[in-house]
Design a binder for this molecule. Structure first.
Ligand code: ATP
Length: 364
């Protein structure tokens, strides 16, 4: 097992316009399940391939345990990678696919047989050992791909969107399965995904990336509760957070944020807010934190017309007419102002037992 650390690592591809990774710093501890998450092109796969030794590092230092690994050949790293396409050998049985890595390393036949049996049992593949991959379901193929990685007892597992080819039900099952295996084996695991549900449910810690930089590294809960910037706030959470434009004001001798008529006292961030009275700010409110209210017009409520209601069964997703507009002022960064402009209309996620119809005036 291994600790993996990036120190000021950058990568520019030949012919690439912008750096794929910029001054990237990340320390993955021994036995940790680390998720790298971010939109397409943010540099996740580049970081993962660097750990595997499949990508040159333009500058900075990658360490695996105490060894500088920048120039270490892939085979000297003893790291196993599971790809999005399972890369199974179609002409080999499940057992031979799992055994492949051990055979090429010259392991003894009885050791191989034991290891294959153990791994198949762990992955519940025992009854399929004689089958060819073409006669397996997507989930079973995925487990064989995992088995090929697991059987070697590597220093670390690297997984690049391993569930993206599966349907929603299987993805859910495999999420739990991979988490269980990682807990049992305690092998350092780096898992790349653009799916925030996978990030939230699987990672001990999650590194949120954008444009080649690390935006925030934290536990899933902390990313949800205390995002450091609008990018993280907008990326983590489903349906996505609402962004509104507001202004800091004084109310009842304390700072509050005003969004039109709506006043929200700021108990927690009082001191910071008190220094910025009158500034315009971006406000993030998660759709699930808006609660329906009968008190239209009362302080602490916000009213809007429902333009569209999606019945999700357990919940209703109510889309409102109002839209957060671009904020200006010191608190909102340039990038974030763009996010405000593209912010969709306000949404609320309310209990499915409520009756809300299109065109209703709703108070939250
Ligand atoms: P995705 O989720 O789409 O796989 P990613 O976050 O894994 O994206 P990377 O594959 O690491 O992103 O790519 C980061 C950036 O580097 C992108 O802008 C991409 O276009 C660029 N890039 C990746 N590979 C190469 C390459 N071989 N040559 C040139 N540019 C590349």
């Amino acid at each position: 097992m291994a600790e993996i650390s990036f120190t000021n690592v950058s990568k520019t591809y030949a012919g690439g316009k912008a750096a794929a990774l910029k001054d990237f710093n990340l320390k993955i501890t021994d036995g940790e399940f680390m998720v790298l998450v971010g939109p397409s092109g943010c540099g996740k796969t580049t970081a993962l391939r660097m750990i595997a030794g499949l990508e040159d590092i333009s500058s900075g230092e990658l360490k695996i345990d105490d060894t500088v690994a920048n120039d270490l050949s892939p085979r000297d790293r003893d790291i196993a990678m599971v790809f999005q396409s399972y890369a199974l050998y179609p002409h080999l049985s499940v057992a031979d696919n799992i055994a492949f890595g051990l055979k090429v390393r010259g392991a003894k036949p009885d050791v191989i047989a034991d290891k294959v049996r153990e791994t198949a049992a762990l992955l519940e593949l025992t009854e399929f050992l004689d089958r060819k991959p073409s006669r397996l379901s997507g989930g079973q193929r995925q487990r064989v791909a995992m088995g090929r990685a697991l059987v070697r007892s590597p220093n670390a597992f690297l997984m690049d969107e391993p569930l993206s080819n599966l349907d929603a039900r299987l993805r859910g099952q495999m999420r739990a399965e991979i988490s269980r295996l990682q807990r049992m084996t305690a092998v350092t695991t780096v898992y790349v995904t653009h799916d925030q549900v996978e990030a939230m449910t699987m990672g001990h810690r999650v590194a949120v990336m954008n444009k080649g930089t690390l935006q925030q590294l934290d536990t899933p809960r902390a990313l949800y509760d205390q995002p450091l910037n609008m990018f993280v706030a907008g990326f983590i959470g489903s349906p996505p957070i609402n962004f509104l434009e507001g202004r800091l004001v004084t109310h009842d001798n304390g700072p509050a944020v005003a969004i039109g008529e709506f006043l929200l006292p700021l108990a927690q961030q009082g001191e910071r807010a008190a220094r910025r009275i009158d500034q315009r700010v971006a406000i993030g409110i998660r759709p699930e934190h808006l609660k329906l209210s009968d008190n239209a017009g009362m302080p602490g409520t916000i009213s809007a017309r429902a333009s569209f209601v999606e019945d999700l069964g357990a919940d209703l997703l109510v889309h409102m007419d109002d839209k957060g507009t671009a904020a200006s002022g010191a608190v909102v960064m340039d990038d974030e102002r763009d996010m405000m402009k593209s912010a969709p209309r306000l949404k609320a996620l309310v209990d499915g037992s409520h009756r809300v119809r299109r065109d209703d005036r709703v108070t939250f």
